[in-house]
Write a protein that binds this ligand. Structure first.
Ligand code: DX5
Ligand code: ZN
Length: 219
């Protein structure tokens, strides 16, 4: 069963409650929270206070999928865990000691995700596949919502899915960036298990139908 993670980056920041409410009302599985520092990516978004405020609003059950697009994310793990992140995803390109960062995220009682930029080879994370909860493959260059999916990332998703199957790993394989109704099937067939949708979700007139299309329940 495919999970859908609306990205709050595309919600109206002056009315984040409705953005959250809308996602949950339509059956979002995860709430994808994009944290940007203006250094790792050329854009700024929000920090741990936003996560804490959302957590207070949604209660304990919602899954807050926190995607850190920041340099040296290890500086802020406690902050995001205390704020109520369900999962903290760090970029392999931004992290100094990935093994130690994963260990610390787990010690905080939070799921650990590792993200790869479109140009980053998956071989760097192979040693960690058994212990992490999510591999996030960026399907756009991170920084902004509303970009077009980079199709050349699909073979990487496929290779990760094959490795997962061969070894009986249980990590979620998340595709992030440019996901739309017309490319969701390619991602699902490659082996993606979580689809992030920002502009496609918040821009859709018929959100119910969009979610069905993303999940492959409707053409
Ligand atoms: C991009 C972010 C994505 C973004 C996706 O840097 O990591 O999560 O919000 O937005 P869309 O779905 O519009 O490409
Ligand atoms: Zn993201």
């Amino acid at each position: 069963m495919i999970k859908i993670a609306p990205s709050l980056l595309s919600a109206d920041f002056s009315d984040m409650r409705s953005g959250v409410e809308t996602a949950l009302k339509y059956g979002a599985d995860w709430l994808h929270c994009d944290v940007m520092d203006g250094v790792f990516v050329p854009n700024l978004s929000f920090g741990s206070k936003m996560i804490a405020d959302i957590r207070r609003y949604v209660g304990k059950d919602a899954y807050l999928d926190v995607h850190l697009m920041i340099v040296k994310p290890e500086r802020y793990l406690e902050r995001f865990a205390e704020a109520g992140a369900s999962q903290i995803t760090v970029h392999v390109e931004a992290t100094e000691d990935l093994q130690e960062t994963i260990r610390r995220i787990h010690a905080l009682g939070v799921d650990a995700g590792v993200s790869l930029n479109p140009s980053t080879d998956e071989t760097v994370i192979l040693p960690f596949l058994e212990e992490i909860e999510t591999v996030l493959c960026m399907t756009v260059v991170p920084g902004y919502g509303g970009q077009r999916l980079i199709g050349s990332v699909i073979p990487k998703i496929l290779r990760l899915a094959e490795r997962k199957k061969e070894n009986g790993y249980s990590f979620e394989l998340e595709a992030d960036g440019g996901v739309r109704a017309d490319n969701a099937s390619v991602l699902r067939e490659a082996g993606a298990t979580v689809l992030v949708a920002g502009s496609a979700f918040y821009g859709a007139e018929d959100k119910k139908s969009l979610l069905r299309k993303l999940k492959g329940e409707e053409d």
